[in-house]
Every structure is written in structure tokens, then in C-alpha cells.
Ligand binder design. Structure first.
Ligand SMILES: O=C(O)CCC(=O)C(=O)O
Length: 311
């Protein structure tokens, strides 16, 4: 193995041996801001925090009946796909969902099995959709997480609302956000990989396209001819094609299940793949990462992967 490649692989193994946990640890109460910065944000390690939002009315209020009453008539953006995979590689395309405007109650009709729908629905628009599209629900949660805002010295960039069917999957990717992911009802299953496993994670560059459901219910894939190609991870970590991507054998994914009332701290630049129980509801907070500290470090890792041909 060439020296840079070899060193990158060793670096990843050392990170696992020296400071990463084999499973995601639990904290039993919300932390002090300084302690959280020192123990989790700085070292960039995930953890699950219990009792961090037990005071939110949403935990007991957000039943289908309450949501229908409060926001049933609101029109919201819903991602619709034939197979549950929005923003994912399919063949030689990076395919995004059809973004459909639907009333909240018609989404609930599908989730509750009252109406059959061809295609998979996921309310997942990541533009602070809780504040933008469902402001009537904000009194049931908080607009930020006070100890996180204190630790980082800023408010979140986005507060997102998630509600989806069991087969709605989020394909593996990473974000430049410190993510506090709160499950209100149901369960989310995360598969996580640290940024130091980057040498084992394949990337390709794909023509972007969007799904479109035709009048007969069938989906077609429509190329976005004018858009630039998108770098994305073609590998499905649930069923990795190791013949094609043998380097993934060396990756060490960590799985965790985040249950109602629990909050996952998902550090910036960690790769994640997400599944959920049917009708799971979650709210998450994206705090922009600190570019000068973490970003430069992981950007260097990215550049080394590129020069050594590990893309
Ligand atoms: O809940 C999901 O399906 C995806 C969450 C995610 O990717 C994120 O919060 O960055």
C-alpha cells in the first residue's frame, strides 16, 4: 500500500483504539455546557442524552388527533419516492425525491393506513421546516437547546421536523452541523461512522435527477440537465457491496437506536445512515460547526484521501 494510504488507514484504526467508543454512550441528564463541550463537542464523539427534553409538551401532546386538530389543514412539503430512498444513488444518478405539497392531515391519513398511496412519504424538508411550515407547533418544543447554545455561543441554524413511513431511509452522508436529534415518538436507527473512517467510504460523482410520479402512479426519473454533478456515497451500509468497495471491510460502523424521549448528539462530519419505525416523529437542531477548529482538520483528511486516490 502506498505510504499515504497506509498512514490514513492506520490513523483510522488508531482513532478507534485511542478515543472512540464501540457503542454510543448514554448520559442520564442534560449536561453543563462547558462539560459537554469538553467531553463531546471538542472530541467530536456521539452520545445519547436522556431526560434532556422531558419538559417539552410535544412528548405527550403530539398524537395524530392533536396534530390533525392543530395543523391538519396546513400544507407542508413532503418528499415522495418509489422506494423510500430520497437523495440517494440509483444506478448512475443521484436521485432526489419529488417534493409534493400536501396537507398535514393527508400525510397522517397515509401514515395511519386510512389511505393507500403508491410511493413512500417522508416529511423531511431540512430548511427549518418546523419554524417555517409548522410554527403552530413551536410552543410544544423549544426553539433551541439552551445548554448547547451556551456551549457553542450561538443559536441553531435550523430546527427540523421529521415524520415518515417505516421504509423511508436516509442514505449515508455527512453534514457540517453539530446535530441534536430528539425523538418525540417511535424510534430512529442510526448507523454511524466517524470522519476518520473516510478512507474506507467510497464516493462517486453523479448526474442529479428527481423522481416524478406520473398520472398512472408509476415513477419516472427526470434528469436535472442544468445542474452540476453531485459527489455522493454509492454504498448501502446495510448491504455493502464488498466486491466493488473492498476498502469498506475496514470501516467500523457503530449502530444505535434512539427512542422516544432520547436525544442523540451527532457530531459534525460523522457519516450517518438513518431508518425509523413507522410514523416516527422527531425534531432536530442543526448548529453550524466551528470551521476554524474541526473543519480544517477533517478537510486535510479529505484532501489526503483525494491525493492518494481514495475517492
Ligand atoms: O432522520 C433522518 O432520516 C435523517 C437525519 C439526518 O440525516 C440529519 O439530521 O442530518
Amino acid at each position: 500500500m502506498e505510504p499515504v494510504k497506509k498512514r490514513l488507514s492506520e490513523f483510522s484504526l488508531e482513532a478507534h483504539d485511542l478515543y472512540l467508543n464501540r457503542s454510543v454512550p448514554y448520559l442520564d441528564e442534560p449536561p453543563e455546557p462547558l462539560h459537554f463541550y469538553r467531553d463531546w463537542i471538542g472530541p467530536n464523539k456521539p452520545c445519547i442524552i436522556r431526560n434532556a427534553f422531558s419538559h417539552w409538551p410535544a412528548l405527550s401532546r403530539w398524537t395524530p388527533e392533536y396534530l390533525r386538530r392543530k395543523v391538519g389543514s396546513k400544507v407542508i412539503s413532503v418528499a415522495v419516492t418509489p422506494n423510500g430512498y430520497a437523495d440517494a444513488v440509483s444506478g448512475d444518478r443521484f436521485v432526489m425525491p419529488e417534493e409534493r405539497q400536501m396537507s398535514f392531515s393527508s400525510v397522517l391519513d397515509v401514515i395511519e393506513g386510512k389511505v393507500q398511496q403508491c410511493g413512500v412519504l417522508y416529511v423531511q424538508k431540512q430548511c427549518s421546516n418546523l419554524l417555517q411550515e409548522l410554527p403552530e407547533l413551536t410552543d410544544d418544543v423549544e426553539s433551541h437547546v439552551p445548554w448547547m447554545s451556551a456551549a457553542l455561543g450561538k443559536f441553531p441554524d435550523a430546527v427540523n421536523f421529521w415524520l415518515g413511513e417505516a421504509n423511508a431511509v436516509t442514505s449515508m452522508h455527512k453534514d457540517h452541523y453539530e446535530n441534536l436529534y430528539c425523538v418525540i415518538s417511535g424510534e430512529k436507527n442510526f448507523l454511524l461512522l466517524p470522519p476518520t473512517d473516510r478512507p474506507f467510504i467510497p464516493y462517486g460523482v453523479y448526474q442529479p435527477a428527481v423522481y416524478h410520479q406520473k398520472d398512472d402512479g408509476e415513477f419516472e426519473v427526470v434528469d436535472q440537465a442544468d445542474s452540476e454533478k453531485v459527489p455522493w456515497i454509492p454504498l448501502d451500509p446495510l448491504n455493502p457491496d464488498l466486491e466493488r468497495y473492498p476498502q469498506y471491510r475496514r470501516a467500523r460502523p457503530v449502530r444505535c437506536s434512539v427512542k422516544a424521549g432520547e436525544m442523540l448528539y451527532l457530531p459534525s462530519l460523522w457519516f450517518h445512515h438513518v431508518q425509523q419505525s413507522h410514523g416516527c416523529i422527531a425534531v432536530n437542531f442543526w448548529y453550524d460547526m466551528e470551521y476554524d477548529i474541526k473543519y480544517n482538520y477533517f478537510q486535510l483528511l479529505e484532501s489526503l484521501c483525494e491525493v492518494s486516490g481514495l475517492t
